[in-house]
Design a protein around this ligand. Structure first.
Ligand SMILES: NC(=O)c1ccc[n+]([C@@H]2O[C@H](COP(=O)([O-])OP(=O)(O)OC[C@H]3O[C@@H](n4cnc5c(N)ncnc54)[C@H](O)[C@@H]3O)[C@@H](O)[C@H]2O)c1
Ligand SMILES: O=C(O)C1=N[C@H](C(=O)O)CCC1
Length: 270
């Protein structure tokens, strides 16, 4: 059994991850922590996640539980994540990182640190369906080419802190890859006022924040007289959490380095 430590164990994702780790035949929930001051510190992680007493007390730091597990699953906040990366490197622990909002600089640091110290799966979305959508978008963009405008719309709950979603950015990157463009050059993230006609090469990414929407993404390919829409809708957080558990079971036996869900799910070849 692989021993798992869950970061941010009482968050929206943290609770479902505790549940999915508990359900997984090859994983055991061995440690859990929250940020200092969280009212659930000192309580049992299983009780908070609704799976009954797991015998895992929620600590107030990663250092307090690092010796209890082999892999850390992190769905917290980008600044915290980069601190956990340093601690995981020091102790040689594997990581699964689902936290979004990591900057390009953060990702470079993560790649370099993982290459030297630990195996790590990092992905903005761990649902199987979304990772298939990434591949579909790349292929559709490559086949349709410049004649079809690419636009991406994402919708999430009102509590989400980062925008656009990490998933929408990745969809944009996959479309840009299929079209031989660079999202950093052609991404358009807001439109307001007299902005003039759309340019041929831009890729628009628009954000909706409302209510308790779990997560929806649509990639539009709009051409003359027709359009294709490729949509993913998450019905709950369990596909994300289940993907994270799958990644944790997979990553512990990998060589040091940075991996994605394409590696975990065997989608890299498609
Ligand atoms: N990759 C995916 O599949 C996927 C899916 C859903 C959400 N996410 C991402 O996961 C992250 C969390 O989302 P959420 O909806 O669960 O948020 P949330 O706010 O409900 O949960 C985050 C938890 O992390 C805790 N936390 C913050 N800083 C901490 C620290 N220093 N130490 C310990 N715990 C700390 C918070 O107290 C909170 O409980 C976001 O970045 C979100 O975009 C990714
Ligand atoms: O609820 C969130 O927050 C989500 N974040 C991820 C993102 O930013 O892409 C994945 C979907 C849910």
């Amino acid at each position: 059994m692989t021993k798992v430590i869950v970061a941010g164990a009482t968050g929206r994702m943290g609770q479902r991850i505790c549940y999915m780790v508990h359900q997984h035949p090859d994983l055991t929930l061995a440690g859990a922590f929250e940020q200092p001051g969280n009212p659930n510190v000192g309580k049992d992680a299983g009780e908070i996640a609704g799976i009954g007493n797991a015998g895992v007390t929620i600590a107030d730091s990663l250092e307090a539980v690092i010796d209890q597990g082999e892999v850390i699953i992190d769905f917290t906040f980008h600044k915290a994540t980069m601190e956990f990366v340093k601690i995981a490197a020091k102790h040689g622990r594997a990581m699964v990182i689902g936290t979004t909002g990591l900057s390009a600089e953060n990702l470079t640091t993560l790649r370099d640190t993982a290459a030297e110290h630990f195996p790590c799966v990092q992905a903005p979305n761990m649902a199987v369906g979304v990772n298939v959508l990434f591949k579909l978008v790349e292929k559709a963009a490559a086949v349709l080419g410049d004649a079809y405008d690419v636009e991406i719309v994402e919708a999430h709950h009102r509590m989400k802190k980062d925008a656009p979603s990490g998933t929408a950015l990745k969809i944009g990157e996959m479309a840009a890859k299929g079209l031989g463009r660079d999202l950093a050059e052609v991404g358009v993230f807001e439109r307001n006022g007299i902005i003039g006609e759309r340019t041929d090469k831009e890729i628009g990414i628009q954000t909706i924040r409302a209510g308790d929407i779990v997560g929806e993404h649509t990639a539009y390919f709009a051409g003359p007289g027709e359009r294709i829409e490729i949509t993913h809708r998450a019905h709950s957080r369990d596909n994300f959490a289940g993907g994270a558990a799958k990644a944790a079971a997979w990553v512990v036996s990998q060589p040091k380095g940075l991996y994605t869900m394409f590696d975990v799910l065997g989608l890299a070849k498609f």
